[in-house]
Design a protein around this ligand. Structure first.
Ligand SMILES: [Zn+2]
Length: 222
């Protein structure tokens, strides 16, 4: 059997990304069992798919949001093109192995840069505020707030609720205005609940957050 090392090592990038056909994959895995050089190269590339999965949409270095970027040309579009490029490159057997190895090296370098970008991505602003009992009940708890493009996502956790219901999570904009209902729910036997809600009020403009019970009684508030 001839040594196919130079040919098969070119498939390592595609192998890591899960883009090899059955035949190529079998050939490469067979070669990997006998070639320490390729095993080492593989172990250096193996963390890449995990990094790629953490990549938020639109944060890739090649994605500048320009209108010329066609739909689907983010990560989803790029990987098949990279893999396809590997296959085409492999078929051009007259090209030197140095050039072909360079293509793989550039691919891996680009993917490593993607991982760095993902690590630098800052998380969306979020906070948790406590809800204190108002004296009308013993209910208290907290609300987590997450800044969203459309307003604010809220998750309220409250216990010690009285009998009856319904209960309403109300949110008021700073500077006043009509309270928005962000969530409603009925009484539970445990008198405790965790409910997700939403408000059109931007995260930075939310002032008061209250749980309102039957007859409009404010049970707990911040
Ligand atoms: Zn090898």
């Amino acid at each position: 059997m001839t040594d196919r090392h130079e040919e098969l090592r070119l498939l390592l990038g595609a192998y890591v990304l899960g883009g090899l056909g059955t035949g190529d994959r079998r050939d490469l895995e067979d070669h990997l069992s006998r070639c320490e050089t390729c095993r080492e190269e593989l172990s250096r590339s193996a963390p890449l798919p995990g990094l790629l999965r953490r990549l938020p949409a639109g944060s890739a270095p090649w994605d500048d949001g320009a209108p010329s970027t066609p739909p689907g040309e983010g990560l989803e579009g790029l990987l098949p093109r990279l893999l396809d490029g590997v296959g085409q490159d492999r078929r051009r057997r007259r090209r030197s192995s140095m050039v072909r190895t360079g293509v793989i090296a550039a691919t891996v370098a680009a993917l490593a840069a993607v991982g760095t970008a993902a690590v630098r991505e800052t998380p969306a602003p979020a906070s948790i505020v406590s809800l204190s009992a108002t004296g009308l009940s013993e209910a208290d708890g907290d609300v987590s707030l997450v800044d969203m493009p459309w307003g604010t996502a809220l998750t309220v956790r409250v216990s010690g609720l009285p009998d009856g219901g319904p209960f309403v999570l109300e949110v008021t904009r700073s500077g006043g205005g009509v309270p928005e209902q962000a969530a409603t729910w009925s009484a539970t036997p445990a008198r405790a609940i965790e409910v997700r809600g939403a408000s059109s009020i931007p995260y930075t403009e939310i002032d008061t957050i209250s749980v309102v019970g039957p007859e409009g009684r404010v049970l707990t508030s911040r």
